[in-house]
Design a protein. Structure first.
Length: 290
């Protein structure tokens, strides 16, 4: 399962998703954040597609679309076939004119607001409340550059983060992706967030801590996106821990389900090493606080 939520506003389409990949046989196991995937990809600058279900089936559908069938009706038709022949569901957004479709069981329905994935996770998203009472963790988030409907984007992201923090919604979690249509094209904005909560940790499937420290040093992180616009890759950078998780595509016609971990580097040095190892140049985005 997963959770992808999309909304059409007067100015753009907002799409948000988690990165957790979990098969039915893993339902009682602790997922590995390094085996996740970006659930949103851009088949062209005008078309964004998100999926829930089997990543390989979704990748096959994307390859079919990118093979020369990027028109409106062609995109919808390919996803209708994929959803009819599998349990996969899709959200597809067209940046200009702004249109959003939910594709399921071979049918496509136009929506203003839609979700795919865990229904319990979506209920948590709608409530916008934290999973536990008495949680005194505070948070500050910056999104940019030049984001329209910024208050609404912040609200949608805060709601998604409530779901990510809720351990009772096991199939939704790990990192997050935000995609926005802007001036007729889709893009990933930069996101920087600071959590002030000394108790939470990132855990491996065996229960050991992948990242652990105290206070804001554990939680301050930024998301970087490639200099090449529209490339479905993202770097989740923890500057205090000097660790980054970079998700990228194994091949052009796919979702970003490969993860490389980088240690001991920040800023331009980290960007240089990412480019050396996987061939993608990321824009550096950092915030500092005192």
């Amino acid at each position: 399962m997963t959770l992808v939520v999309a909304k059409v506003t007067p100015h753009q389409i907002i799409m948000l998703a988690d990165t957790r990949i979990q098969s039915p046989r893993q339902e009682r196991a602790l997922p590995d954040i390094r085996r996740g995937s970006l659930k949103i990809t851009f088949v062209t600058s005008n078309v964004a597609i998100a999926f829930t279900g089997d990543p390989d089936i979704a990748t096959a559908a994307i390859a079919d679309i990118r093979g020369g069938r990027t028109g409106f009706q062609s995109v919808i038709s390919v996803l209708q076939v994929s959803s009819r022949e599998s349990d996969n569901e899709y959200l597809v957004g067209f940046a200009g004119p702004r249109r959003l479709f939910h594709v399921r069981d071979g049918r496509a329905n136009e929506r203003r607001v839609a979700f795919i994935g865990d229904s319990v996770g979506f209920e948590r998203f709608q409530s916008g409340s934290r999973a536990t009472s008495g949680d005194d963790a505070a948070q500050a988030t910056i999104i940019g550059p030049d984001v329209r409907d910024q208050a609404l984007v912040h609200d949608q992201l805060a709601r998604l983060q409530c779901v990510l923090e809720d351990r009772s919604v096991l199939s939704v979690g790990d990192f997050f992706t935000v995609a926005l249509s802007d001036g007729g094209t889709f893009r990933f904005p930069f996101v920087a967030t600071m959590f002030f909560d000394a108790e939470s940790r990132l855990l491996a499937p065996d229960g050991s801590a992948i990242l652990s420290s105290t206070g804001e040093k554990r939680h301050r992180f930024t998301t970087w996106y490639p200099r090449q616009k529209g490339l479905a890759s993202s770097a989740f950078v923890f500057p205090d821990a000097q660790r980054a998780f970079v998700f990228y595509q194994a091949e052009p016609l796919s979702f970003a389900n490969q993860c490389e971990v980088f240690d001991g580097l920040v800023g331009d040095q980290l960007a240089d090493e990412i480019e050396r190892r996987i061939g993608i140049r990321f824009e550096v985005f950092e915030i500092r606080h005192h």
